[in-house]
Design a binder for this molecule. Structure first.
Ligand SMILES: Nc1ncnc2c1ncn2[C@@H]1O[C@H](COP(=O)(O)OP(=O)(O)OP(=O)(O)O)[C@@H](O)[C@H]1O
Length: 283
């Protein structure tokens, strides 16, 4: 029997992302089953649920790693209108304004921290010269874009406490620093929506607190010099972080949405409690 949705969805006046009837099937397995929710612009929206609930699959559909079996994913951009993400390839989704980090860190370990942030901006740099030969010829537009890219990288290295490690290979940084560098890399692309897959995994309590502060600042636009307020979509198992920083929480279980509301409403929802207790009993 499927769980009934008891928590009314929060009224969403200014959406950044609309997930509408999202379904993802792997052969006979229905990993995501007609999931709908809306993430509001300027919010931290958390996607939670027990192991195997379908959270990463939803992320992979939003960011173009998977082509959904059915449903629509609409990114509402401030000036460029609505992008139907389910129709775009992953590099076009990134260009449309969605950036992500991964459950398993995916930096270029042999490149320095700074280089990792510059590589992330190659799309912006290429666009500055119309994806043409201007870069090779060192034309003014490209040089200006390059200088701005370095400045942006430095601002995010400062914001994430990594400026002293700018010239160190990313692979030589401590684990928590690599996690922050991944976030810095995503933010360097100037996304409209930042998608984070378990950013607190493996962090110690002090690092988790710093992460929470960083994510709040990213949402509010105060994390780095020149940064815009950025909507955040977060998958996280650390309930301290989820309940502490989220404006809105969506709960999945067995591929279905079972709750959608404020952290307080979701925390007290009996279907959510049952889903998590069930997980504990199964362990
Ligand atoms: N590429 C794939 N092929 C087949 N099955 C998959 C694939 N990706 C995910 N699944 C299955 O889909 C279901 C949902 O997995 P998903 O990773 O989205 O869950 P999750 O909520 O992110 O879990 P966790 O919290 O453990 O990361 C699981 O049963 C998983 O085995």
């Amino acid at each position: 029997m499927s769980a009934q949705l008891t928590t009314p969805p929060t009224a969403v006046s200014d959406p950044i992302l609309e997930v509408d009837g999202l379904t993802m099937r792997f052969g006979g397995l229905l990993a995501v089953d007609s999931v709908s929710f809306t993430a509001r612009r300027g919010d931290i929206t958390a996607l939670i649920g027990p192991n195997g609930a379908g959270k990463t699959t939803v992320f992979n559909c939003i960011t173009g790693f998977y082509r959904p079996t059915a449903g629509a994913l609409r990114l509402h951009r401030a000036e460029a209108g609505v992008a139907e993400l389910q129709r775009l390839k992953d590099h076009r989704i990134a260009r449309a304004g969605v950036a992500r980090t991964f459950q398993n860190i995916r930096l270029f370990p042999g490149m320095t921290a700074l280089e990792n942030l510059l590589v992330a901006q190659h799309v912006v740099l290429n666009a500055a010269t119309g994806f043409g030969i201007g870069a090779l010829l060192g034309l003014g537009g490209y040089r200006r874009a390059e200088a701005a890219a370095v400045e942006r990288a430095a601002a995010w290295l400062r914001a994430t406490g990594l400026i002293e490690r700018a010239d160190d290979p990313a692979g030589a940084l401590p684990y928590g620093a690599q996690r922050r560098l991944e976030i810095a890399r995503a933010m360097c692309t100037g996304p409209a929506l930042l998608c984070l897959d378990e950013p607190a995994a493996g962090l110690n309590p002090r690092e988790s607190e710093e992460l929470a502060a960083l994510l709040r600042a990213i949402r509010d636009g105060s994390a780095a010099e020149g940064a815009a307020a950025t909507s955040v979509l977060l998958i996280e198992h650390d309930m301290g972080i989820v309940m502490g920083i989220s404006d809105h929480v969506i709960v999945l279980d067995h591929g279905k949405k079972i709750a959608d509301g404020t952290p307080e409403a979701v925390r007290n929802d009996r279907h959510v409690i049952a889903a998590y207790l069930g997980e504990e009993e199964a362990e």
